[in-house]
Write a new protein. Structure first.
Length: 341
């Protein structure tokens, strides 16, 4: 990658102008007059600039003229900003060289985020979103549809070069897998797609981050009912998993006042209760040790709270009463509908 300092040559200026305007003709003319295709200026090359702006025609023109597909993390940029067209052109250009293709698929940002993780987390940017006059729900659905297209694209090319398994198991410095991110954002179709790629779905759903949280912990804590249902459809036993602080997903849902998460768990598990003679209650079980709720403190405190007590202790408004309403049909049986099989 060639660096540029000072004033750009006229041809080089025209190249960047062509990218800004998404004009292949200007780009071709600039390259014909000696512009460097991989010159880095103001932190961007021509291809990474096209990726930033979602300019598919510009990206295609550059790639056809020999721009390196892995140029300046251009593929990660296109994925992060949900520019499907640019991402597709980059992988198409890289597909005949598996080494280059793997390099694109394994790009990370300076924060150590992986390509698939970038698909799975929330994005402030969306191709074409500024032209959409839609409700928040419709906008979210549009976001998810584009993300699913990009995820399928990544998995398609990962299959080509035999990189799929490695990509699914990638994690960042905080031990967060793509599945964790998708669960926290309530992207249930992405959760289901990722789980479907593992030979053992239940084992994959139980992957832990650096704090011992499974994807269900994060889904429960963030109020992600669709992701909760997707994960519990794989394994009801996830509800009994404890993180590094001894908390189950139920505890986190209560402590974060996430009624939707609790309702989703209730709905899934109440069906099990009616058809199962033997169950193990986790809702009335203490998590054994407690921690101060302040994020800046990690001092262990002596308590013996069940999750109802946790809701009271964290000032969870009327969360405890709501939880009791969810549990009340089974009080006479001295069992709770929040069960682990």
């Amino acid at each position: 990658m060639e660096g540029a300092t000072g004033e750009l040559s006229p041809a080089q200026k025209n190249l960047f102008t062509g990218v800004y305007e998404n004009n292949p003709q200007i780009i071709a003319n600039a390259l014909d007059h000696g512009a460097g295709i991989a010159v880095l200026y103001d932190g961007e090359t021509a291809l990474s600039l096209a990726a930033c702006h979602g300019h598919t025609e510009a990206a295609e023109a550059l790639l056809e003229r020999g721009a390196p597909p892995c140029d300046n993390n251009a593929f990660f940029t296109a994925v992060e900003l949900s520019h499907f067209g640019v991402a597709e052109k980059i992988l198409e250009a890289a597909k005949h060289d598996h080494t280059t293709l793997r390099k694109c698929l394994n790009e990370r940002d300076p924060g150590d985020e992986t390509v698939i993780a970038a698909v799975c987390r929330a994005s402030e940017f969306m191709e074409g979103a500024e032209e959409l006059q839609v409700s928040p729900a419709e906008g979210r659905q549009h976001v998810l549809e584009v993300k699913m297209k990009i995820l399928r694209l990544i998995l398609q090319y990962a299959d080509v070069c035999g990189e799929t398994d490695a990509l699914l198991l990638q994690k960042n410095v905080h031990g967060i897998h793509p599945l964790h991110s998708a669960a926290a954002e309530d992207y249930a179709p992405i959760v289901t797609t990722l789980l479907g790629r593992f030979p053992n779905k239940a084992e994959a759903a139980g992957m832990r981050n650096a704090e011992g949280n499974t994807p269900l912990h994060l889904a429960a804590a963030s109020g992600s009912p669709q992701a909760v249902r997707a994960l519990l459809s794989v394994s009801r036993g996830l509800l009994s998993r404890q993180n590094a602080k001894g908390m189950t997903p139920v505890h986190l849902a209560c402590l974060n006042d996430m009624e939707l998460s609790l309702a989703a768990m209730y709905k899934q598990l109440s069906e099990d209760l009616s058809s199962s003679a033997s169950s193990i209650s986790i809702a009335t079980r203490s998590y054994g040790r407690g921690y101060d709720s302040d994020e800046d403190q990690d001092e262990e405190v002596d308590d013996d709270d069940d999750f109802l007590g946790g809701a009271h202790g964290e000032g969870g408004s009327d969360m405890a009463s709501r939880i009791r309403r969810l549990l009340s049909p089974f009080d006479a049986l001295k069992r709770t509908p929040l069960l682990a099989a």
